[in-house]
Design a binder for this molecule. Structure first.
Ligand SMILES: [Zn+2]
Length: 430
């Protein structure tokens, strides 16, 4: 495993500075391979290609990708897993990840070992580009569902030591762990890190990590300013999704996000057409590495802007800009504690069987409404609802009233924006 990882690391170090045309050739080769694999081995894609009368050999250029119909989250959700995974995959060697992403639609994503190794190498490239050293100590705030089962080999020999802290710990506890551990690197969900900065500022507490990585939600200017001015650290935002891993990242020049074109092909589409340079479009992604469960032209639900600009850092990996999206409101408990929207992932429904979509609305300081689109079995499952209510109480306290509403459909806020977590009593950290 470690040998493969080093090989990937070496390859990625080479490719970050390759001529753009060569990078495109690498991407096209990988794209053709994954399309052919999906057509031959994944029933969902075989059927999709047949319906659209497309054969893998019709994809000769990167532009030909447009011929393939989009894949939506709703399609993935309504298709049995055995139709979505490769017929040769050994699920025992794969990881299962759950996402409820931007849209609040729970999905299971299967990822294979090779892809996991490739992701580790991609993260390593970004870390090193952004100034992380092997001897740095990292603290990560994570969903406890995804705590690593065992440490990586390099951690066992004392490199890149990492401490994991649950995002469900009260913010005071997260901060006191950080103060004691004194991490060089702090990594977590954007809203969580903003909340830590807010806590530090309000309580006159000091923490000085050298580098901060944020991810998972759109990092607005105000949160960025709050984090940077409180911790006086360098902040790098990462564009990550469960489906595609580390897709794009900020370098020291901060002139946008460099895309990992070795692992993901990103298209920007508006009304079904590709947008021009500098124009914003829906982000459509194709995973070029994960063969266990290929995702081709998958509508991620985010909005971004492609740009031909060259970065002053010297990397030729193309730049993109991200547009507001993936946001959720901060919530508040009846006893005035602020709660980050990130926690709802898949909390409070740790078993999401039967849930098609959900949205949390804070109606009043002591009232949460949980809107659900669910199948009939789930609606009758009072135990599941009671369990979810108790999970809510663990975080918000028993004075929080919880009301469940079953709907046929949850509407978007507007054409582009969907907020999974909405508060009618807005909290501003800045
Ligand atoms: Zn750069």
């Amino acid at each position: 495993m470690s040998f493969k990882l080093l090989r990937y690391h070496y390859q990625l170090q080479q490719s970050k500075k390759l001529n753009k045309e060569i990078l495109k050739e690498i991407q096209l080769r990988r794209l053709k391979e994954i399309i052919s694999h999906a057509y031959l081995n994944v029933p969902f894609y075989h059927e999709k290609f047949e319906k659209a009368k497309i054969k893998p050999e019709d994809i000769k250029t990167l532009d030909d990708l447009e011929k393939i119909p989009l894949t939506t989250k709703a399609e993935i959700q309504s298709t049995p897993l055995n139709y979505l995974v490769s017929r040769y995959v050994n699920l025992n060697n794969c990881d299962r990840s759950l996402t409820s992403g931007t849209t609040g639609m729970p999905l299971t994503i299967i990822i294979d070992r090779d892809y996991m190794d490739f992701q580790v190498a991609l993260f390593a490239r970004t870390y090193f580009e952004d100034g992380v050293k092997l001897w740095h100590k990292m603290m990560r705030i994570v969903d406890p569902l995804y705590l690593p089962k065992k440490g990586d080999w390099y951690q066992k020999i004392g490199l890149m030591k990492t401490k994991y802290v649950s995002l469900f710990e009260p913010i005071e506890k997260q901060f006191s762990i950080a103060k004691k551990y004194k991490p060089d690197i702090l990594r977590g969900f954007s809203s969580q890190i903003a909340l830590l900065a807010y806590h530090a500022r309000e309580n006159g507490e000091v923490l000085k990590p050298k580098i901060i990585f944020t991810s998972a939600e759109y990092l607005d200017k105000a949160s960025r300013n709050l984090i940077e001015s409180t911790f006086l650290s360098q902040l790098f935002d990462l564009y990550i999704s469960t489906e595609f891993g580390l897709m794009a990242w900020e370098c020291k020049a901060h002139s946008g996000y460099h895309t990992n074109i070795e692992s993901v092909m990103i298209e920007f589409v508006k009304d079904g057409e590709p947008v021009t340079d500098g124009e914003s479009g829906e982000i459509i992604c194709t995973n070029l590495v994960n063969r266990a469960m290929p995702l081709i032209r998958y509508d991620l639900g985010d909005v971004g802007i492609p740009t031909e600009e060259e970065c002053t850092c010297g990397s030729t990996l193309p730049l993109i800009r991200l547009v507001e999206g993936r946001t959720g409101d901060f919530l508040v408990t009846p006893d005035n504690r602020i709660i980050s929207p990130t926690i709802f992932f898949p909390y409070p429904f740790n078993d999401v069987e039967g849930i098609k979509q959900f949205r949390i609305i804070q109606e009043k300081k002591d009232k949460l409404i949980i809107q659900l689109v669910a199948d009939e079995d789930f609606k009758r499952n009072e135990l599941a609802l009671e369990k979810a209510r108790k999970e809510i109480w663990k975080v918000f306290g028993e004075n929080m009233n919880v009301e469940f509403q079953f709907l046929d459909k949850i509407k978007r806020d507007n054409e582009r924006k969907y907020r999974k977590i909405v508060s009618k009593i807005p909290i501003h950290l800045t």
